[in-house]
Design a protein around this ligand. Structure first.
Ligand code: 5GP
Length: 202
C-alpha cells in the first residue's frame, strides 16, 4: 500500500497590493480549514480592524532585530518602510506534523523560501489587468493618488518576479481564484516524485 502523506506542503502566495490576496486567502481557508495560515511578525502598526496575533504579530523594531539575530525567521524582508518575517519554529512544527502551511509574503521573501525549501509551491496572484489593479486601488478610497502611484510602481517590480513562481492565478472572481489554488494543491499532492519520497523504505 502507498503510505499517506508524511510532511506538510509549504504554499507561498504573493501578489501586489490590490490583487485581492487577503480575500482569496479567506475564501481558500474557509474551504480548506486543514491549512495553517502563517501569522507573520511585522514592525508596521496595525490598521483599523487588524488584531495582534491574528493578522500579524505586531512587534517593535528592537524585538524584530533581536529575532533576526537569534535566527528565528525562515525568511524576512523590508517592504516599503517596514520589516516582515516568518517564524521558523511554528512553520517547522506544523510541517513536521503533516499540516500544510500557507505563507502570504512578498517577492523577496518568496525567493528566500524557494532557496531554503525547494519543495515549496509558489503561486502568484494578479488581477485581470493593470487597469483593473488601478481601478481596485482607487476604489478603496483609503489612499492618496501619490500612494496609489507608488503601489502601481511597486506592482510592476513585483510582476518582474513572476517567472520565478510555479503558478499564476488571475483573480477575476474570488471564488474562481480560490478554486484554482485548491486545484493546484490537489495536483501538487499527486506528484509522482512526492509519492516516490513517501515510498522510501517501503
Ligand atoms: P501589508 O502591510 O499590506 O499587510 O503587507 C505588505 C506586504 O508584506 C504584502 O505583500 C505581504 O504579502 C508581505 N508580507 C506579509 N508578511 C510577510 C512576511 O512574513 N515576510 C515577507 N517577506 N513578506 C510578508
Amino acid at each position: 500500500m502507498i503510505p499517506q502523506k508524511k510532511r506538510g506542503q509549504m504554499i507561498v502566495l504573493s501578489g501586489p497590493s490590490g490583487a485581492g490576496k487577503s480575500t482569496v486567502i479567506a475564501e481558500l481557508l474557509s474551504e480548506r480549514s486543514d491549512i495553517y495560515f502563517s501569522v507573520s511578525f511585522t514592525t508596521r502598526k496595525p490598521r483599523m480592524g487588524e488584531e495582534d496575533g491574528v493578522n500579524y504579530n505586531f512587534v517593535s523594531e528592537e524585538t524584530f532585530q533581536a529575532m533576526v539575530e537569534r535566527n528565528e525567521f525562515l525568511e524576512y524582508a523590508k517592504y516599503v518602510d517596514h520589516y516582515y518575517g516568518t517564524s521558523l519554529k511554528v512553520i517547522e512544527e506544523k510541517l513536521d506534523a503533516g499540516i500544510d502551511v500557507l505563507l502570504d509574503i512578498e517577492v523577496q521573501g518568496a525567493a528566500k523560501v524557494r532557496e531554503k525549501c525547494p519543495g515549496a509551491v509558489l503561486i502568484f496572484i494578479f488581477p485581470p489587468s493593470v487597469e483593473e489593479l488601478s481601478r481596485r486601488l482607487h476604489g478603496r478610497h483609503t489612499d492618496s493618488e501619490e500612494v496609489i502611484e507608488g503601489r502601481l510602481r511597486q506592482a510592476q517590480i513585483e510582476c518582474s518576479e513572476i517567472p520565478n513562481y510555479d503558478y499564476l492565478v488571475v483573480n477575476d472572481t474570488v471564488s474562481k481564484a480560490a478554486a484554482e489554488i485548491m486545484a493546484i494543491l490537489t495536483a501538487e499532492g499527486c506528484r509522482v516524485k512526492y509519492h516516490l519520497d513517501l515510498m522510501e523504505g517501503v
